[in-house]
Design a protein around this ligand. Structure first.
Ligand code: NAD
Ligand code: MG
Length: 392
């Protein structure tokens, strides 16, 4: 296949867990995909390896110093090397790019991904924080530009697949499954004492640190409820969460006649990433298929909102609307970063988010600047609370 027939990709966050898995798929299907742009935060060593292997035309890194270092190392043969938010935007909107894989973690992915949509690029969306912070605005731009938006998050990919060929009016509710994380059976007493290492030990999935902590607090599922609200245009009342410790049923759609349609598979992000890249086709992946006969037990239960208040906070943020989810997301990012630096305890994460949300007066969002302002406000407010040593 000539270069012109290959799907041209920009991978934002190529050095992360999703980014690396995406490049694995690209490497397995060189006849279908080519890499035009890559971006990374601070892992310059890995980015350099990726540049040598995938030969992108343009890359972006976080800061000037890293950009200069890369230019020096790669010389004239290297790609165009940019930095900062503008660099990310230049990668997301490169004229040759057909699809942008949005895999930066956090609200930092918002501006470049929005720019990609405005430039008419299709989006494979891993970054859920974008839809949490700016769901309505983002979906309006997707509709205006008529671009394809394919979810990468495993639950949303499962729902997307379970909705195929159905009438949206027949949907009764979406059921997002959640593993329950490492603390699914940990008592409230024990939760007071859990440490960073315990929280980073996810039972089923290997992911970046931020989402791993979000899974332990169950904020990840809260963010996913909001993500589903916007992706599938359904109100919060029609989005339920079930604990499913085996992570085999990736999510379900319940229809008005009582039928449930689900997507199942081994817990491996390669399947939803490959589906987003190749939709509406499917790729022949060399993975071990799921052997249902080895599944002794597939269990489901209601989440415990007392031990995992982050899930309730997300439903509250949706109900309050406007800038509230953006503020919640920002506070969560700051609280999780502080927990990762062992500045605060595990149970302080929801306490900080709740306090920040309580002191926020939500405003209606009509432009991206308002989202960025709310994000900044949430970050400052959470950082101040941590500085003051709140509830220590
Ligand atoms: P990660 O931490 O492993 O990787 C994040 C990537 O973003 C890295 O390339 C990093 O360099 C880059 N980055 C981080 N901060 C940046 C900034 N300020 N500016 C520019 N680049 C920055 O994260 P991940 O686990 O790959 O997750 C990425 C996104 O995908 C998250 O939104 C996460 O919620 C979502 N997601 C991940 C998984 C998973 O299995 N890892 C599953 C579902 C959804
Ligand atoms: Mg998920």
């Amino acid at each position: 296949m000539s270069n012109n027939n290959k799907k041209a990709l920009a991978i934002l966050g190529s050095t992360g867990s999703i980014g690396v898995s995406t490049l694995d798929i690209v490497a397995s299907f060189p006849e279908r995909y080519r890499v035009v742009c890559l971006t990374a935060g601070s892992n310059i060593r890995l980015l350099r390896e990726q540049i040598v292997r995938f030969r992108p035309k343009r890359v972006a890194v976080a800061d000037d110093v890293s950009a200069e270092l890369l230019r020096h190392e790669l010389g004239h043969e290297g790609p165009e090397i940019l930095c900062g938010v503008d660099g990310l935007v230049q990668c997301a909107t490169h004229p040759e790019v057909k699809m942008v894989v949005s895999a930066i973690v956090g609200a930092a992915g918002l501006v470049p991904t929005m720019a990609a949509v405005s430039a008419g690029k299709d989006i494979a969306l891993a970054n859920k924080e974008i839809l949490v912070a700016a769901g309505e605005l983002f979906m309006a731009e997707v509709a205006r530009q008529g671009v394809q938006l394919i979810p990468v998050d495993s639950e949303h990919s499962a729902i997307f697949q379970s909705l195929a060929g159905q009438r949206s009016g027949d949907v009764r509710r979406l059921i997002l499954t959640a593993s329950g994380g490492p603390f699914r059976t940990t008592s409230m007493d024990e939760l007071q004492r859990v440490c960073l290492k315990d929280a980073l030990a996810h039972p089923n999935w290997e992911m970046g640190k931020k989402i791993t902590i979000d899974s332990a607090t169950m904020m990840n599922k809260g963010l996913e409820v909001i993500e589903a609200r916007w992706l599938f245009d359904l109100p919060a009342e029609q989005i339920a969460v079930h604990i499913h410790p085996q992570s085999i049923v990736h999510s379900l759609v319940e229809y008005c006649d009582g039928a449930l349609i689900a997507q199942l598979g081994i817990p491996d992000m390669k399947t939803p990433i490959a589906y987003a890249l190749s939709w509406p086709e499917r790729l022949h992946l060399k993975q071990k298929p799921l052997d249902l006969c080895l599944m002794e037990d597939l269990s489901f239960s209601e989440p415990d909102l007392q031990r995992f208040p982050c899930l309730s906070l997300a439903y509250q943020a949706l109900e309050r609307g406007g800038t509230c989810p953006a503020v919640m997301n920002a506070a969560n990012e700051i609280a999780v970063a502080a927990f990762l630096q062992e500045k605060i305890g595990f149970l302080q994460i929801p306490q900080i988010i709740a306090k920040v949300m309580l002191s926020h007066e939500p405003k209606i969002i009509s432009a991206l600047e308002q989202v960025l302002e709310a994000d900044l406000w949430g970050r400052r407010c959470a950082s101040d609370l941590i500085e003051e040593g709140v509830n220590r």
